[in-house]
Design a protein around this ligand. Structure first.
Ligand SMILES: Cc1cc2nc3c(=O)[nH]c(=O)nc-3n(C[C@H](O)[C@H](O)[C@H](O)COP(=O)(O)O)c2cc1C
Length: 309
């Protein structure tokens, strides 16, 4: 059996090197710093922070979260500090740690995506940008861009021309053919893709006969979506040649390995952080244990090794 120190855990996401494949998913780990008392963040490959807009946003009113079978629905509506406060108050946390800070970029217009990207691009501590063209909980921007291949390619191309940072485009499962959108992002110049964002859903209160969520619909996440996410990662892996960050219901090392076999180079832990804020490091340890037990020298050698023969 191999020792943990024998295993090469580092992964390459285009120009971005992560010390290991475990990252946290946007919107489920705050701005990183809030989780520091519960989780040794320095051990993670990356933290993807909550989606950032040009101006601060309050998001939707309550109720905006509801538990569902094996998951949850949310309609947070991109509550965030805005880019300037993020840079001043949250980003310094990442200045001296080996964990990559990936900033989730949002906009209700192409101009807003561009402005946020430009503000972040010369900031110390930003390792990469994740372009959220897949948020189902906002009325403008978000998923409106990510369901249309032409818009996805256009947004990606515009941002590509304005930043030297690695560009990761985050895809929605709420489309007919995710491979088409993935290829559009690749054609636009994305360095990597992340998938999946939440699935559009709803919950109803039979006593009041009203929707449970203030926004009526919300995004479904957690173990309930894992089979859909795995299928999307596998389809996209077979459609593009850029690396993938896989996510959707990951709550164990075993889940993470499934995503890597399906084609992910790195993985993100999302909803599982809400029931155990230290779970991402536990998942990393379980990945290491799997590699030791299965004589895997390098985690990246497992990517896409699903045997479909
Ligand atoms: C409460 C909540 C907030 C989220 N906020 C964002 C966000 O700001 N930007 C984004 O791209 N994805 C956001 N997501 C989606 C997650 O990053 C992730 O793609 C999705 O939840 C699937 O992973 P999971 O099942 O492990 O949670 C959010 C998810 C949840 C549950």
């Amino acid at each position: 059996m191999k020792k943990p120190s024998d295993i090469n855990l580092s992964v390459q996401m285009g120009p971005l090197t992560l010390q290991n494949p475990v990252t946290t998913a946007s919107g489920t780990f705050g701005y990183g710093i809030e989780y520091a008392p519960y989780c040794d963040i320095t051990r993670l490959g990356g933290v993807t922070v909550k989606g950032i807009n040009l101006e601060p946003r309050k998001g939707h009113c309550q109720p905006r979260i509801v538990e569902t079978a094996s998951g949850m629905l949310n309609c947070i509506g991109l509550q965030n500090t805005g880019v300037d406060v993020f840079i001043k108050e949250k980003l310094p946390f990442f200045h001296n740690i080996p964990t990559a800070c990936i900033v989730n970029v949002n906009g209700s217009s192409l101009d807003e995506y561009i402005a946020v990207t430009e503000k972040l691009s010369d900031q110390k501590g930003v390792a990469a940008l994740e372009v959220n063209v897949s948020c189902p909980n906002v009325s403008k921007g978000g998923i409106a861009f990510g369901v249309d291949p032409l818009m996805t390619e256009r947004v990606t191309k515009e941002l590509r021309g304005r930043t030297h940072l690695p560009l990761i485009v985050k895809l929605s499962p709420n489309v007919t053919d995710i491979s088409t959108i993935a290829r559009a992002a690749e054609n636009g110049g994305a360095d990597a893709l992340s998938l999946i964002n939440t699935l559009l859903g709803m919950a109803i209160d039979t006593k009041t006969r009203k929707p449970v969520l203030s926004n009526i619909t919300g995004g479904l996440s957690g173990p309930a979506i894992k089979p859909v996410a795995l299928r999307c990662v596998w389809q996209v892996y077979n459609a593009v040649s850029i690396p993938i960050i896989g996510m959707g219901g990951i709550s164990s090392g075993q889940d993470a390995i499934e995503f890597i076999l399906a084609g992910a180079t790195a993985i993100s832990v999302g909803t599982a952080n809400f029931s155990d804020p230290g779970i991402s490091v536990k998942i990393l340890d379980q990945i290491i244990e799997y590699c030791c037990q299965n004589s895997i020298d390098s985690i990246s050698s497992l990517t896409g090794k699903l045997d479909v023969s």
